[in-house]
Design a protein around this ligand. Structure first.
Ligand code: NCD
Ligand code: ZN
Length: 361
């Protein structure tokens, strides 16, 4: 583990004076909740800390119709009853979406289309074959007119460390072609993507906790850690530091999206490990710790709530939801894993101390 982590989890922990942090309506703008038993195991962590989560549609089968999205939403609402959590649903973009289905989805409160290039990540087998194709551009035209936002897992099929960079030309082409469509570069991992945000008014981004704290060295510089393997791949220390600076400054076009993506250890520790990092149990406390460590607590509310509120126009979605989460400097040990089915799901930074603890209501 790097010197940064030794200090972060070491001296810093001891040096904190009593300090209280209050966050209002924290929002997780990129979240995988899965289905069945796994949904039941992971949902409480997000629903407890966040007022809203943008729920990704890469289930098996994927959420490709409004009916499936509404059914999934109802299930999440039922399972998070009493926790004051709004699941903000997304619809899986595919070649057969038509105007009727899109109009219906919009009328039912679905505001985000999620585009996966086919084969780019977990659950993208039904994704889009060719993004810049007549059919997809037609769909995006309708989506723009209806007022949808477009969330993209932007990776080419080139060399893994360059995939996001190679995809930037597609983001920029779409941003130019659909100037009224808000496009989100999901889980930015490459510092060069941040430059695209400045070039196009309608490009936005989400940033995860793991991409601002880790580099490829942490994943496989010494022993190999499958629990830290995710898509897009965690990149160089320079990328990490640029993303961290961007998050700490609460860049107005960027919001927090954990990309918490649970997988069972039985799969993660096999010969073909799927990408995905499960961070939901620690996401908010760790963000508080990171912002405190860098003396940027004043920007945390914007990064974890206000920016998204504005950019995704969440007034009517959140209505009178007013979730207040308080933290204080009170260290707690992060659990190694949570139980699920006949296996377990590893928690990011399991076994380490988290500086800020939630003050329970
Ligand atoms: C995600 C998953 O497991 O669903 N995996 C990941 O590595 N982030 C999918 C995704 O967002 O790419
Ligand atoms: Zn994701």
């Amino acid at each position: 583990m790097s010197a940064f982590f030794e200090r972060f989890f070491g001296d810093f922990l001891q040096s904190r004076e009593y300090q209280e942090i209050t966050l209002s309506n924290p929002l997780d703008m990129h979240l995988h909740l899965r289905q069945g038993a796994m949904l039941e195991s992971v949902l409480p962590f997000s629903a407890r800390d966040f007022a809203l989560g943008v729920v990704m549609p890469n289930l098996n089968p994927p959420i490709m119709t409004t009916a499936l999205a509404l059914q999934y939403r109802d299930e999440i609402v039922r399972l998070s009853k009493g926790l004051d959590f709004v699941p903000f649903m997304t619809l899986y973009l595919h070649e057969n979406l038509d105007k009727g289905e899109l109009t219906h989805a919009y009328a039912q409160g679905i505001r985000i289309l999620k585009l996966y290039p086919r084969g780019a990540t977990t659950g993208s087998e039904n994704g889009v074959r060719e993004v810049v194709s007549e059919r997809i551009l037609e769909i995006l035209h309708v989506a723009q007119d209806l007022g949808f936002m477009l969330s993209i897992h932007g990776e080419s099929n080139g060399y893994c460390m360059d995939r996001e960079f190679e995809f930037l030309e597609v983001y920029e082409f779409l941003a130019r072609t659909f100037p009224r469509l808000k496009i989100i570069i999901e889980h930015v991992s490459d510092r060069r993507s941040l430059e695209s945000l400045e070039r196009y008014e309608n490009l936005y981004a989400t940033i995860t906790l793991h991409h601002i704290l880790l580099s490829l060295d942490d994943v496989l510089g010494n022993l190999m850690h499958p629990d830290l393997f995710c898509k897009p791949m965690i990149k160089t220390p320079k990328d990490r530091d640029s993303l961290l600076a961007c998050a700490l400054s609460a860049h107005p076009k960027v919001s927090f999206g954990s990309d918490s993506a649970p997988h069972l250890q039985s799969k993660k520790y096999s010969a073909s490990a799927p990408g995905g990092i499960f961070s939901a149990p620690i996401a908010l406390s760790m963000l508080a710790s990171v912002f405190a460590y860098h003396n940027k607590l004043e920007n945390l509310q914007a990064f974890v709530s206000d920016n998204a509120y504005k950019n995704y126009e969440l007034d009517s979605v959140l209505g009178d939801t007013h979730k207040v989460i308080k933290f204080c400097a009170q260290s707690w040990e992060i659990p190694q894993s949570i139980a699920c089915e006949n296996s377990a799901i590893s928690v990011l930074f399991g076994g380490k101390q988290c500086v800020f603890g939630r003050i329970s209501k």
